[in-house]
Design a protein around this ligand. Structure first.
Ligand SMILES: Cc1cc2nc3c(=O)[nH]c(=O)nc-3n(C[C@H](O)[C@H](O)[C@H](O)COP(=O)(O)OP(=O)(O)OC[C@H]3O[C@@H](n4cnc5c(N)ncnc54)[C@H](O)[C@@H]3O)c2cc1C
Length: 450
């Protein structure tokens, strides 16, 4: 979508082809038949540092639908709360006072976290073969800091086990979310269902004489040399185009590859795709007959649940009588294997440990969404497997979150890849355009340290 909108802005007639009946891909919402509500396939958060995603939202006019928050409440089983967030101190020290006051961490945990943050201020070489897990052990991180910070915050942000995360990606998350500036680390959540955000993209494309073809699965692609055009075969007929941006997840790209023209570089692309692995994310949606908490969101410690989002509060137009909470479990293959009833039971039981109101409330309805192919992992060496924008074929560009953006599997990576592909396409037509939104500049002392 980010490529389509950027190219439409540049004056191209864009045809956006989507296999499903709605836009959004892995970040979408739909009417869940079991609960009769429009729900997101999972809560999606962005951060201030997601400059290209914000740029895309600005382009399609929906940036005001994002609610920002600079505070993170951590809750221990039993209900004790700690607050992380910023203070008046200059970056990178702005988070220090709240971290030092947080009862979720022992004094030893705080010292070890402080030491780790200081070490990660220096950029780890991008080709470092070390995993975050081994780096934490080598850098004397305490059990408390590993369980309650690294495993919970960083491992769930990157949606993988600590041993499956390349150090440079973890260091990037730490710098962007906790060190560069208060704004870079502030968390954004949509106040409308995700698909409603993309209504802005639909309108944007239609106003620029571009088309959206939904329910259209591209089955094969061939180059027609007589017309110098790409011909895309779909069940609804062929679609022709002078230029192609393939913004598919790696699994879909692997499926299409045997139905693409033979070209030098295809074998390499195939090998790159084979190195990718996906990780699951599950979300449990619960409706209670009364208010469970006045918090908008929270991090839940020491249990299988990781994040609580109070959707009734974040999306007040829902006019929920009681509460609608969404609970997110990242990177847990174990939870993803649970059958529906057991997953919901476990979620409700765990939730009651954080919010006593749950034990007296009536659960009115519940939904479980398992996204087994939610994100790609970022283990050491993964950059070798992330293809650049230039594809093996002429006039064809690669995009999608898994391509070489330097970002983990996020909406920002997807938006970035779309902007990179749009710039590359414009360049070969002789019209240089800048779509890539620059990174935020570090603030405070981080300006000197970066
Ligand atoms: C449960 C979950 C939670 C997440 N949480 C977050 C989060 O909090 N923050 C965040 O930033 N990111 C999060 N992500 C990751 C984020 O959703 C993805 O990184 C992003 O959506 C990837 O966008 P994309 O355009 O690269 O790929 P996709 O969203 O997968 O889009 C690719 C599109 O191509 C279509 N397609 C595939 N094959 C074909 C074909 N042959 N013909 C036509 N169309 C085809 C698909 O239907 C899809 O719509 C989460 C993902 C999941 C699943």
């Amino acid at each position: 979508m980010s490529a389509a909108c950027a190219l439409a802005e540049a004056g191209y007639h864009v045809q956006l082809i989507e296999r499903r009946g709605y836009l959004g891909g892995r970040a979408s919402s739909y009417l869940h038949p079991g609960v009769g509500e429009v729900i997101d396939n999972c809560q999606h958060v962005l951060f201030g540092c997601c400059t290209n995603l914000v740029g895309f939202y600005e382009r399609i006019g929906v940036v005001d639908k994002i609610k920002w928050s600079c505070e993170m409440t951590m809750i221990e089983p039993g209900g004790r709360r700690s607050q992380l967030g910023s203070s008046w101190l200059p970056a990178p020290l702005h988070g220090l006072p709240k971290l030092m006051a947080a009862s979720a961490f022992s004094f030893a945990d705080k010292i070890s976290l402080g030491r780790a943050f200081a070490a990660l201020m220096r950029r780890a070489p991008q080709n470092s073969a070390e995993s975050l897990g081994s780096w934490l052990v080598r850098n004397g991180q305490t059990q408390g800091s590993i369980e309650r910070f690294w495993r919970l915050v960083i491992s769930s942000a990157l949606n993988a086990d600590l041993d499956s995360i390349a150090l440079p990606y973890a260091a990037k998350v730490i710098r962007e979310l906790f060190m560069n500036s208060t704004h870079a680390g502030s968390m954004g959540m949509s106040t409308v269902p995700l698909s409603e955000l993309y209504a802005g993209a639909e309108q944007y494309l239609f106003q620029r004489q571009s088309d959206i073809l939904l329910n259209t699965n591209v089955e094969s692609v061939r180059w027609d040399s007589s017309s110098s055009q790409w011909m895309l075969s779909t069940r609804a007929g062929d679609v022709s185009a002078h230029f192609l941006v393939l913004a598919l997840p790696f699994e879909a790209m692997a499926k299409l590859l045997p139905h693409m023209p033979v070209a030098a570089g295809v074998e390499r692309l195939k090998q790159q795709i084979h190195q990718h692995q996906h990780w699951p994310i599950c979300s449990v949606h619960l409706w209670f007959d009364r208010e469970i908490t006045a918090l908008d969101h929270a991090v839940l410690l020491d249990r299988e649940l990781h994040w609580m989002y109070n959707k009734g509060r974040l999306q007040p137009w829902r006019k929920v009588n009681g509460s609608y909470l969404e609970l997110v479990v990242s990177a847990s293959k174990k939870f993803a294997e649970l059958p529906r009833e057991r997953a919901i039971d476990q979620a409700v039981k765990e939730l009651a440990e954080f919010f006593p109101e749950v034990s007296t409330a009536r659960l009115e309805k519940a939904a479980l969404v398992k996204e087994i192919r939610a994100t790609f992992g970022v283990p050491p060496g993964i950059d070798e497997a992330r293809p650049f924008v230039a594809s093996p074929w002429p006039n064809c560009f690669l995009a999608g979150d898994w391509t070489a953006t330097g970002w983990p599997s996020t909406m920002e990576s997807a938006a970035r890849s779309g902007h990179i592909a749009s710039e590359a396409l414009c360049e070969i037509t002789g019209e240089k355009r800048a779509f890539l939104v620059p990174d935020l500049k570090p603030q405070g002392l981080m300006r000197l340290l970066s």
